[in-house]
Write a protein that binds this ligand. Structure first.
Ligand code: FES
Length: 571
């Protein structure tokens, strides 16, 4: 007897509508029997030549299809918007929510029973998960996988992380422009995502820690044949998940998010994980706030990968990958009980995991750094919170009071950062406004402002920087990010003036503008937001509806889910 599955409402009817749905699919050469009631599996693909990190996903889709066919399902691949982090202006983050809408509406509108999410580059993973979570059909992730280690002049070089270092070295006169140009080809040697623990590998690691992919998905290099095998196995597994009706809402529980927060600390993961986890939690109705990130504070840094350490994702894979990290957390009682896509507890991912290089994945008792979890700072400068990544920061700067030097916009920064007469010292706190969700718009990765040239030439490589922006997961430094509310929304950040004193205390969780209330009120009375550059289309929709960083920067009307069946037909 044919199961009454979702896809039957498209392909199981014997009327005009069923004819239309089946007949047009048959133009691809599918025989009658694929419509016999077997599970129909959507393969949601963010492949694009403009998203180089996802350029291997067409191959992986073929692996998924093999597995789906083998398990008795019918695979159908469909494209969704792709977000190339390094290629899009003003920032790919502006479009994460648009991808999520595309994914959600595609899944809902088509006659599929389950979905495999093929993503990788920074915003594609969270965008796909957010969309899938809002429909809540059985879903599983296959990631692009990281590029092979970068190589240049006999050394390993890391995506992003070494770009920031080389760029500062050129500005300081320590590297020739020719060498800088030559390093380009050595950095990106294969398909795949950034091979540092940037946002893409962070999100893939957290997806694995949350049990939304098969084990080892995060670290297997993009071009490793075992990733193709993993895609095949994922195709088999999604067919079983449909039969078991195992949905994202069964997996993405509060405990799963806590595992993600703990794992993010252990891998030295990206600050971007904060906005993505908060947004995803909003979709599945899990009550997650910035305060929940405190559970990661005391977790040590175990994974010795750039930008917090020295190795790269290929090394992490060969050392054992995420199962080893999960085992270290589990052995210390830090892994919460939560269900994975395999149907059992996530603890099964850690069972039998062995570390093959204890310098790449350190033990809990002999870590790369102690207490690596993200710090949440609050105070009058960020009443709703700001974050800093201590594992990538200079320790002494995490307790600091200094004078602000304010850039009113990214254009102001670019025009003046290299001025020899810029009135800054290594103790100055650089402040950048207008780079939050509404302000840029899209909250770009410009929070790790360059060090002013007059200081970089003196050897200064880190200063406190404060903004409402994000920073690349591959970046480093004592960078206070995601200040909420942002300047463009009227946050206190908008009122800071050059010469004001700012206090930062990581140990006390403080970000305070040391200006009295009366003066601040006078400045507030005189303040008005900048006129938006975008006045139509998606960007206007985004500016009008985006939530602040502490809420995940989702659009207000996308929070939550809608799992009701679609009943009306097109003809
Ligand atoms: Fe795509 Fe880093 S730019 S993963």
């Amino acid at each position: 007897m044919t199961k009454d599955r979702r896809s039957r409402a498209w392909y199981g009817k014997l009327d005009k509508d069923g004819f239309i749905h089946r007949s047009w699919m048959k133009n691809q050469g599918f025989p009658d029997d694929v419509f016999d009631g077997r599970p129909i599996i959507g393969i949601c693909n963010t492949w694009s030549e403009l998203t180089p990190c996802n350029s291997g996903l067409r191959d992986l889709a073929e692996g998924v299809k093999r597995g789906v066919w083998e398990a008795g399902g019918f695979p159908v691949e469909f494209p969704v918007m792709s977000l190339g982090e390094t290629q899009m202006k003003p920032t790919a983050m502006l479009f994460r929510n648009l991808l999520a809408m595309d994914v959600e509406e595609s899944i809902r509108a088509y006659g599929i029973d389950g979905v495999v999410l093929l993503g990788g580059c920074d915003k594609t993973t969270p965008g796909q998960l957010m969309g899938a979570a809002s429909v809540d059909l059985p879903s599983i992730v296959v990631s692009s996988g990281p590029m092979l280690n970068g190589k240049w002049q006999g050394k390993d070089i890391g995506s992003g992380t070494d770009v920031w270092k080389f760029s500062e070295a050129v500005r300081a006169g320590d590297m020739t422009l020719q060498d800088f140009m030559n390093a380009e080809s050595g950095m990106s040697r294969s398909k795949g995502v950034c091979m540092t623990m940037g946002t893409a590998s962070t999100m893939a690691s957290l997806v694995e820690a949350m049990g939304m992919s098969l084990p080892t998905n995060a670290a297997l290099p993009a071009v490793d044949a075992r990733r193709m095998a993993l895609a095949h196995l994922t195709g088999k597994r999604i067919v079983e998940m449909v039969e078991e009706d195992l949905k994202p809402s069964d997996i993405l529980t509060k405990e799963a998010f806590e595992n993600a927060i703990l794992a993010n600390a252990a891998v030295g993961g990206s600050t971007n994980a904060v906005v993505h986890l908060l947004a995803l939690a909003g979709r599945v109705g899990v009550d997650l706030s910035l305060d929940d990130f405190e559970i990661g504070r005391e977790i040590p840094l175990l994974v010795n990968c750039m930008p917090s350490g020295k190795y790269l994702m290929e090394d992490f894979c060969y050392a054992g990958g995420m199962p080893v990290v999960l085992k270290e957390l589990a052995d210390k009682g830090h892994l919460r009980s939560a269900k994975s896509v395999l149907g059992g507890d996530i603890a099964a991912y850690a069972e039998g995991a062995e570390c093959y290089n204890s310098d790449v994945i350190k033990s809990y008792d002999d870590p790369v750094k102690p207490a690596a979890g993200l710090m949440v700072l609050r105070g009058n400068l960020a009443p709703n919170g700001a974050i800093v990544k201590p594992s990538a920061a200079t320790e002494r700067l995490l307790e600091h009071e200094g004078e602000a030097y304010v850039f009113e916009s990214i254009e102001d920064l670019k025009a003046n950062i290299d001025r020899e007469d810029l009135p800054v010292t290594p103790d100055t706190i650089l402040v950048l406004k207008g780079c939050g969700p509404k302000g840029y718009p899209g909250m770009p990765e410009v929070g790790n402002m360059p060090i002013p040239r007059k200081l970089v030439t003196q050897g200064v490589r880190d200063m406190i920087r404060v903004s409402d922006a994000r920073m690349s997961g591959t970046a480093f430094g004592t960078v206070v990010l995601h200040v909420s509310p942002e300047a463009q929304a009227g946050g206190t950040l908008a009122l800071v003036k050059t010469g004001d004193r700012i206090k930062v205390s990581g140990s006390q969780g403080i970000l305070e503008l040391l200006v009295d209330d009366a003066e601040l009120q006078a400045r507030r009375d005189a303040w008005h937001p900048d006129d938006p550059h975008y006045t139509r289309g998606y960007a206007k929709l985004y500016i009008d509806h985006v939530l602040q960083a502490d809420k995940g920067a989702d659009l207000d009307f996308l929070v939550g889910k809608d799992t009701r069946p679609v009943t009306r037909e097109s003809h």
